[in-house]
Design a protein around this ligand. Structure first.
Ligand code: SF4
Ligand code: SF4
Length: 120
């Protein structure tokens, strides 16, 4: 069971690296229609009123790297210096699943959107 979890985490980490590489590549691309931002623009969402992503503010305020603001392909996580807290635009979530394993402090509680909500 432990080996399966390790393999799942390795695959997920590899996916996160792929996302980061794709982000860098899209920023370097001359073709603006191939950027992640362009693809996000054509994705349609039906957000629930209840967030499907939550974090622990006591953990996040101590986190130096704020990795969630880097690995999420949809830029769902943004750190507010004014409020010293995460702003979570869960409405834009692409449901890639990376955030449930990407946070080094396991601060993110992710559940899939209820049926009929999320990406449509
Ligand atoms: S969610 Fe995780 S990575 Fe993001 S600020 Fe909180 S502790 Fe840091
Ligand atoms: S599951 Fe959603 S919030 Fe989490 S990394 Fe993927 S797109 Fe971002």
């Amino acid at each position: 069971m432990g080996e399966i979890n390790k393999q799942a985490k390795d695959v997920a980490r590899s996916n996160i690296l792929s996302v980061e590489r794709a982000k860098e590549k899209s920023f370097l691309s001359q073709d603006s229609s191939s950027t992640i931002e362009a693809k996000l623009y054509i994705t349609r969402f039906c957000p629930d009123t209840e967030p499907h992503i939550k974090t622990n503010p006591d953990i996040c305020i101590m986190c130096k790297g704020k990795e969630c603001t880097k690995f999420c392909p949809a830029n769902v996580f943004n750190w507010s210096k004014t409020d010293e807290s995460l702003i979570i635009a869960y409405e834009n979530c692409m449901e890639c699943g990376a955030c449930s394993i990407g946070c080094p402090y396991e601060s993110i509680q992710y559940t899939h959107p209820k049926a009929g909500y999320g990406i449509i």
